[in-house]
Design a protein around this ligand. Structure first.
Ligand code: OKP
Ligand code: ZN
Length: 343
């Protein structure tokens, strides 16, 4: 299959992350995408192409316009207030505070438009965020034009970004934008299958009241793991969307046998939904040596994930999300794709 990739992701490098009470350099590094790109080349997965430039009209159907207007202005506002380093929030409108009045200053706005301190901005961040969005849409177009599957090598990732907020290394929800675009191109139904270790809270929130996008999410139990406040099994969708959101929370220590049971169940339900296309939020932080995760998958498991997805016999867009074991992320992510292709 073809891969869509842009070097513009390299301008986004998070210098600061809170981890176990210490400020550390971020785990979501530019090297991640470079390691995956080199692995795509090494195994001869297929051609690597650059994205086209896309406008934000599709994104505006899954994100609030005020949020999309804010993102490109962050770095300019930050430096205008005399700051350098990384633009990072420190106050959020949680229960008991007002989330309906955007403040005027950058510190207030950063908190208003995020849910954690995990989505910082540097000078090149917006350009990288926009390029990641363009990568997803260009790869979606390959599938729309008849490719059985395509790989959007997105960076930064997207599945924690909701309609009006960033967080968890995510800014624009690339998978959600791609799903919306398939609908706009004539698809009746789209399924999103999120196999990242973390719950895709942004994707769930965006489609929670909709029946035209069914979301299946396999992840660490929010009782134990980030993002903590969404991703329980009783979250099934609401209104028109009731029954179209399915969560599979799993405990720390989950191995492939247990994970694959959940995956098989998700794939069976996904097939019943009979979507025109499936968008896979492809995270490989389920790996046993991932530095921020607690599942026990090994490298040989990833091609088996790809084979199960291939068995759905549906046009498939893979959108890169997380995975932080920098040495193995290429082997594991591309392992899913070669498994899909029959390896
Ligand atoms: C993004 B994706 C360690 C805590 C980690 C953010 C995790 C974001 C994961 N500093 N906090 O789903 O892989
Ligand atoms: Zn993750």
């Amino acid at each position: 299959m073809k891969t869509v990739y842009s070097p513009r992701h390299k301008g986004h490098r998070n210098q600061v992350e809170l981890n176990s009470g210490a400020i550390v350099p971020g785990f979501e590094l530019p090297e991640r995408a470079e390691i995956i790109r080199r692995r795509v080349e090494a195994v001869g997965l297929g051609e690597i192409t650059a994205p086209e430039e896309w406008d934000l009209e599709t994104a505006a159907k899954v994100h609030r316009r005020d949020y999309l207007d804010f993102l490109p202005t962050v770095w300019q506002r930050w430096t205008a207030e005399g700051r350098s380093g990384s633009a990072l929030p420190f106050t959020w409108p949680t229960r008991g505070l007002r989330g309906d009045v955007p403040p005027e200053t950058i510190d207030g706005l950063l908190g208003f438009y995020s849910f954690d301190a995990g989505a910082s901005f540097v000078e090149g961040s917006w350009d990288a965020i926009k390029s990641s969005h363009d990568v997803a849409l260009s790869a979606a177009q390959l599938v729309k034009n008849g490719e059985r599957a395509a790989f959007a090598l997105c960076r930064p990732p997207g599945h924690h970004a909701g309609s009006g907020f960033a967080g968890g290394y995510c800014y624009i929800n690339n998978a959600a934008v791609a799903a919306q675009w398939f609908l706009d191109q004539g698809a009746a139904r789209v399924a999103i299958l999120d196999v990242d270790y973390h719950h895709g809270n942004g994707t769930q929130e965006i489609f929670y009241e909709r029946a035209d996008v069914a979301v299946f999410n396999l992840h660490a139990d929010p009782l134990q793991e980030y993002p903590f406040y969404l991703g329980h099994a009783d979250e099934r969708g609401t209104g028109q969307g009731e029954g179209f959101n399915t969560n599979y929370p799993m405990r720390w220590g989950t191995d492939f046998a247990r994970w694959d049971e959940a995956h098989a169940d998700a794939c069976a339900k996904l097939k019943q939904y009979a979507p025109d296309v499936v968008v896979v939020s492809l995270g490989v932080d389920t790996f046993e040596r991932d530095p921020i995760s607690q599942f026990k998958l090994v490298s040989d498991d990833y091609p088996r994930i790809g084979r199960r997805i291939e068995a759905l016999q549906l046009p498939t867009l893979f959108v890169m999300e997380g995975g932080y074991a920098v040495e193995e992320i290429g082997i594991n992510a591309v392992g899913v794709l070669t498994g899909f292709e029959g390896a």
